[in-house]
Design a protein around this ligand. Structure first.
Ligand code: NFS
Ligand code: SF4
Length: 636
């Protein structure tokens, strides 16, 4: 595999060479060692759900067409798919539960490291959840909001939808989800339900299984929506901020600490403590003090809220260590390659795990706890300062990259920018420009990186093509990482790549918002859980027009998806009615029924459907066509 096939990012390509020099194995080496990958697994035709198996279905030859228990290819494929959706939902919802429980502790005065940073947001959330705030102090409101949120994890009345799903979507959409039995009543029960119904000898109707999976995906949406909003309450609602992205953000003369993972509960406090302990790092010989940077979604969280630079996204996480100048990589949960410990050992980097249920053998574990968050953060930073002295100067290779990135586009920030154009009716300029065609539609880029795709190429190629066609671009997760570190979250990118209509709108809004130029080409909406921010905007537009989400010229794209979480997100995008592109080969191709159901049949049920397309230009074309179809439906 050529380095040019590994990533499009030039700085990262240099580091891949350095890794080779230092005898460090990276994700791409392990990918090559794994070839050829098993065709049964790739198509979803291998079942290991019981110990009579593994059973493999032979798709073409004369081999078995059913498993030992009699499960068909359709059932085997569908069952595995929905377990992925449930795992994704569990991950996002655990994250959400952690935030909600912390808010409860703040409400009960038990978490001194945290406070309510955005009181207005808390009041808005309370009112959305029908909690009266009259004559209540803000801490009491926090407690009630937390408790009402936690009902979504404990409700037993199957007829009562989750609060956070019901209240954040247009009524038409909620009703259709309820009608099709894909509206969850309880996140945990929905996830457990998927595990139960996919046990050997249970649900053996592929369609029924798929619908169960869509419900799990909606549980994922619910967990994510409450996560985002309650994180804003605790840590502030993001506003546009100018910062940097790419591995060029590592500083040779600073104690470099990367926060990696997903949960802002930890990274926020590490950032707080870093400013308090900066002098200590200077006394330890690092003239620039402490330099915090982010990786993956926790990186997006602190980038959005604090302007902390983003070092990189999923696939190149090991390369941050290969710079030879990273003192510590502090990780919490999700998307942390187990390999980083071994890479860290080749340099001086401390890998610090923090969560009791996410440890890595050999790494230093500093247990994080809401009650003692500051103490843990202090310990972590001290470890990093100590590591600075152990650097091997001959191993330092920091890419010479300085890429500006404008981040921080929460739904509130977008509405606020639009309100500078029309104070009374902020959504009007956006809707008017969609109607008049200056903006043809909206695409939300989300999801990961995968060894299946040259890193970041899917995002960058498709974004440029859709921008030319006047599609407004939003991004989250590692998609936002890709688009930021490759320079598309800048005003220059707008001038260079946006079609005339889109450029005019981004310029008018940017100028009105005092940016001295256009908005960036791609609006960074945050981490993966922040995908719910885009739904907030879409719901506001749908409600204003009196239509459903599925009527809007809005598409989603996950060109480099790989994780179970990404499967869950893409699936709820389909459940909400959006044409949803995936650019990696999903492990469902062994079942024609499942493939057709997800790419065609769901269109009649939810209005949404999957567009599976690995060719990036074709994908852009197909998404644009989907946008045109929706425009036609609206008569515009
Ligand atoms: Ni989303 Fe964010 Fe990245 Fe994929 Fe992983 S970090 S939660 S799962 S790899 S986008
Ligand atoms: Fe085989 Fe059925 Fe067991 Fe799966 S559940 S391993 S198909 S016998």
């Amino acid at each position: 595999m050529l380095d040019t096939q590994k990533t499009i990012n030039v700085g990262e390509r240099e580091l891949i060479k350095v890794a080779k020099r230092d005898n460090v194995t990276t994700v791409w080496d392990r990918y090559e060692a794994m070839q050829p990958q098993c065709g049964f697994g790739q198509t979803g035709l291998c079942c290991r759900f019981c110990w009579k198996g593994p059973c493999r279905i032979d798709p073409l030859g004369n081999g078995p067409k059913v498993g030992i228990c009699g499960a068909t290819a359709d059932v085997i494929v569908a069952r595995q798919l929905i377990r992925m959706q449930a795992a994704g939902a569990a991950s996002h919802s655990e994250h959400g539960r952690h935030i909600a429980l912390t808010l409860l502790e703040v409400g009960e005065g038990k978490a001194p490291s945290y406070r309510i940073k955005d009181e207005q947001k808390l009041l808005d959330v309370a009112s959305m959840l029908d909690i009266s705030t009259d004559n209540k102090d803000i801490v009491q409101v926090a407690k009630e909001v937390a408790l009402k949120t936690l009902e979504d994890y404990s409700r037993q009345d199957a007829k009562h939808p989750c609060n956070w799903a019901l209240k954040t979507l247009p009524e038409k959409r909620s009703n259709s989800l309820i009608r099709n039995d894909i509206m969850p009543h309880n996140i945990d029960a929905t996830v457990a339900g998927v595990l139960a119904r996919t046990h050997v000898g249970c649900d053996s109707d592929a369609e029924n299984i798929i619908l169960g999976g869509l419900k799990a995906a909606m549980a994922d949406y619910t967990g994510m929506s409450l996560s985002t909003n309650l994180s804003d309450v605790l840590f502030g609602t993001p506003n546009p901020v100018v910062t940097k992205a790419s591995l060029g953000v590592v500083k040779e003369d600073a104690v470099n600490i990367a926060v990696h993972g997903h949960n802002p509960l930890l990274s926020e406090i590490v950032c707080d403590m870093a400013s308090e302990m900066n002098d200590k790092a200077i006394s330890a010989g690092a003239p620039k003090g402490i330099n915090i940077m982010g990786i993956c979604c926790t990186g997006n969280e602190v980038m959005m809220r604090r302007g902390v630079p983003l070092a990189t996204n999923y696939l190149s996480q090991e390369l941050a260590i290969v710079t030879g100048a990273l003192e510590a990589m502090v990780v919490d949960v999700q998307c942390i390659m187990p390999s980083i410990q071994k890479v860290g050992e080749s340099y001086h980097t401390e890998i610090i795990t923090t969560m009791p249920d996410n440890k890595i053998t050999g790494a230093t574990h500093v247990e994080f706890d809401e009650h003692t968050a500051k103490e843990s953060a202090k310990k972590i930073i001290n470890l990093a300062i100590d590591a600075y002295a152990k650097r091997d100067k001959s191993k330092i290779n920091i890419p010479d990259q300085s890429v500006t990135a404008i981040a921080g586009f929460s739904a509130e920030a977008i509405v606020s920018a639009l309100s500078k154009v029309d104070k009374k009716d902020p959504l009007k300029p956006l809707i008017d420009n969609i109607v008049n065609g200056n903006i043809q539609g909206i695409v939300l880029f989300a999801g990961c990186n995968s060894t299946q795709v040259t890193q970041d190429s899917g995002y960058v190629t498709i974004a440029k093509e859709l921008a030319k066609k006047n599609v407004l671009l939003l991004a989250t997760g590692c998609g936002a990482g890709a688009l930021s570190k490759n320079g598309l979250m800048t005003q220059e990118a707008t001038n260079e790549y946006a079609g005339e209509g889109l450029k005019a709108v981004l310029t008018a809004v940017g100028e009105a918002a005092g940016l001295n130029g256009p908005l960036p080409l791609v609006l960074h909406m945050g981490s993966c859980v922040d995908n719910s921010r885009a739904i907030t905007v879409a719901t506001a537009i749908a409600n204003k027009l009196g239509v459903d989400l599925s009527d809007l010229p809005v598409v989603a794209s996950a060109p480099e998806a790989m994780s179970e979480k990404a499967v869950a997100i893409a699936s709820w995008a389909v459940a909400l009615g959006f044409p949803t592109h995936i650019g990696t080969v999903p492990q469902i191709k062994g079942s024609k029924f499942v493939t057709e159901y997800l790419t065609q049949t769901t269109k009649d049920i939810t209005g949404g459907y999957f567009i599976a397309e690995t060719n990036q230009s074709n994908a852009a074309e197909k998404m644009f066509e989907a946008i045109q179809e929706k425009r036609k439906g609206l008569g515009i």
